[in-house]
Design a protein around this ligand. Structure first.
Ligand code: AMP
Length: 280
């Protein structure tokens, strides 16, 4: 695996490879890699000649300074895991490469998707996501981009970004969520859970499954109420339990077989976790 810290040598090398007909898959991450990230790497490797992974903890997408300061960093293990997985290139840029002096970060007109759910609870978050993804795509210019369904709203926001920036040729691949045996969605932030919290956190998946299993018998309000009660009983404070249209994330008042998704954001201790489950 070749590690690049600077954009220019990376772009030059990728341009040469592309000239030789090689197809590139890109997996942007913030590091503290786990098997969820590696499933994206594997999917990219299966579909492309080259896989580029980036590790960059993007300050502009954190609306909470403490969350940014405490974001886990496990760089040595990350490099080892990527090497073992057979990843071709790691982009490890300093902040000055992503946002060079004088670079004016654009504002992206994302529409309503920006301010619902995660956008409501994390103001500015999706502008930050778009800023970093836009810059990284300028550097890597891949054929395919791999994102995890775990961050479902992020996938939709990035899809919008690709439209807004005219990257219609770029294929977006959404990879299903990798979970621990008990159902907890793998997440870098899980590293900050103690063993008791980690055990309790499996309730998020149980609550989502409750919604999925009982969607034909109960009203949407009842489904959300029951899921929230399960989370509260395990010590979570809840930002949202929502059942929404899977296309645009507008809340569903009833389920009539339309593509829908259940989404949860909840905090245990000081750790905020998100997860979702498609309902049909
Ligand atoms: P992050 O490092 O948290 O920014 O995540 C980098 C990418 O990995 C994003 O596209 C995430 O959606 C994806 N990802 C994170 N956790 C998982 C998971 N448990 N399963 C699949 N993809 C994931």
């Amino acid at each position: 695996m070749i590690i690049f810290k600077k954009a220019k040598p990376l772009t030059d090398r990728l341009t040469a490879w592309k000239g030789a007909g090689k197809r590139t898959g890109f997996v942007p991450t913030m590091g503290a890699l786990h098997d969820g990230h590696l499933s994206l790497i594997r999917e990219s490797m299966a579909e492309n000649d080259l896989t580029v992974c980036s590790i960059f903890i993007n300050p502009t997408q954190f609306n909470n300074a403490d969350d940014f300061a405490r974001y886990p960093v496990t760089l040595e293990q990350d490099i080892e895991q990527l090497t073992n997985a057979g990843c071709s290139v790691l982009l490890l840029p300093p902040e000055t490469e992503v946002y060079p002096a004088g670079y004016v970060k654009p504002h992206y007109d994302l529409g309503p998707i920006e301010t619902v759910l995660e956008g409501y609870y994390r103001p500015g978050h999706f502008q930050g996501v778009c800023q970093v993804v836009d810059r990284l795509l300028q550097m890597v210019a891949p054929d395919r981009l791999y994102l995890g369904q775990k961050d479902y709203q992020q996938c939709m926001v990035v899809r919008k970004l690709l439209q807004l920036t005219g990257r219609t040729h770029l294929q977006l691949r959404i990879v299903s969520t990798k979970r621990e045996a008990a159902g907890l969605a793998m997440s870098s932030r899980n590293l900050r859970l103690d063993s008791r919290q980690r055990e309790k956190a499996a309730v998020i998946y149980s609550a989502l499954n409750y919604i999925k299993t009982h969607q034909k018998e109960l009203t949407v309000a009842q489904l959300k109420e029951k899921a929230a009660a399960l989370l509260k009983a395990s010590g979570f404070t809840i930002d949202y339990v929502e059942i929404a249209d899977a296309g645009d994330l507008t809340p569903c008042s009833a389920l009539n077989g339309q593509p829908a998704i259940a989404l949860v954001a909840a905090t245990i201790g000081s750790i905020r976790l998100i997860d979702n489950l498609l309902l049909n």
